[in-house]
Design a protein around this ligand. Structure first.
Ligand code: NAP
Length: 279
């Protein structure tokens, strides 16, 4: 038996063991996905343990996605630009780091909306998730506006994105979002605003959502956030974070095994659990 781990703190409510273990079993793979609750001061030891020959790899989540970098041997280009790793592959004791969050986001968006090429996108937030999405879409979209509460952080992300991609990229204060909703194609929320238990808040406040806007919320608990309920009421197309959660997992699965997992089964399991309120 080989093992994959989720390194985080806390990790107890993760849906990853359910989706990965079911997908491993479906392909008759002798791999088990387990939670590894790692306090920040124990991260180096936990990372070293991933070199063991019975470990295939790991996912990395809050609060270790950035602090794990010094303990990894090779970091792929996208993860290095994002500055965070969410997937580690153990190749005979050599640890290679990747970031599959952005790929997961693109797949979720294109499945629901279609191609994002040439679109005008508003990205709310400038933290780890916003960086992963930003670097993954910057070469595809026409215009990308990063809106953040802390403008300096948005400007710093814009600077890095300009070096990486050739779309038109700019920064704005999150408060200015109301002026941009009518002239954009896609709104992506990469802040935790609206996440359980803060379920009455929306990252765009009371601003009116045009019916032509595609609204994607990375938050997956609750399944329908305040932002998505408002998008639905406005007649806009919308998508919650569960699909991205599954598709980033699908990309990790492919890195560890070289095989395609049963995506629709993984999606069904995760959505069922979220509907039961078990996350
Ligand atoms: N669906 C998925 O697969 C998936 C994957 C990754 C993350 N996520 C979700 O994405 C969200 C962000 O995660 P993260 O890792 O990027 O977190 P993070 O690194 O802590 O960044 C949080 C961002 O949200 C902003 N923010 C926080 N509280 C805010 C508030 N009350 N009002 C306005 N802005 C606020 C922060 O702005 P400042 O810079 O101004 O503080 C920052 O830009 C979380 O809810 C996470 O669960 C989902």
């Amino acid at each position: 038996m080989k093992f994959c781990y989720l390194l985080g703190y806390p990790v107890e409510h993760s849906l990853s063991p359910l989706m990965h273990n079911t997908a491993f079993q479906k392909l008759n793979l002798k791999i088990k996905y387990e939670l590894l609750s790692v306090k920040p001061e124990k991260l180096r030891t936990a990372a070293e343990s991933l070199r063991n020959s019975n470990v295939k790899g790991a996912n990395v989540t809050i609060p270790h996605k950035i602090t794990i970098l010094p303990f990894i041997d090779i970091i792929d280009d996208l993860a290095a630009n994002i500055g965070a790793v969410n997937t580690i592959n153990n190749q005979d004791g050599l640890l290679k780091g990747y970031n599959t969050d952005g790929l997961g986001a693109i797949k979720a968006i294109t499945n629901k909306y279609g191609s994002i090429n040439g679109t005008d996108v508003l990205l709310l937030g400038a933290g780890g998730a916003a960086r992963a999405v930003g670097f993954s879409i910057v070469n595809k979209v026409k215009k990308l506006t990063i809106l953040n509460r802390n403008l300096l952080k948005a400007e710093s992300l814009v600077k890095s994105l300009k070096k990486y991609g050739n779309s038109e990229v700019s920064a704005e204060k999150l408060d200015n979002v109301g002026n941009l909703l009518n002239v954009s194609d896609i709104l992506i929320n990469a802040t935790p605003v609206g996440m359980y238990p803060d379920m009455e808040s929306s990252p765009i406040g009371n601003n009116t959502i045009p019916s032509t806007l595609f609204v994607f919320d990375l938050v997956y608990n609750p399944i329908k956030t305040r932002l998505l309920l408002d998008a639905e009421a406005a007649g806009a197309i919308f998508l919650g974070g569960a699909d991205m959660l599954v598709y980033q997992g699908v990309e990790s699965f492919k890195i560890w095994t070289g095989l395609n997992p049963d995506e629709s089964l993984m999606l069904k399991l995760v959505k069922n659990q979220l509907e039961k309120g078990e996350a």
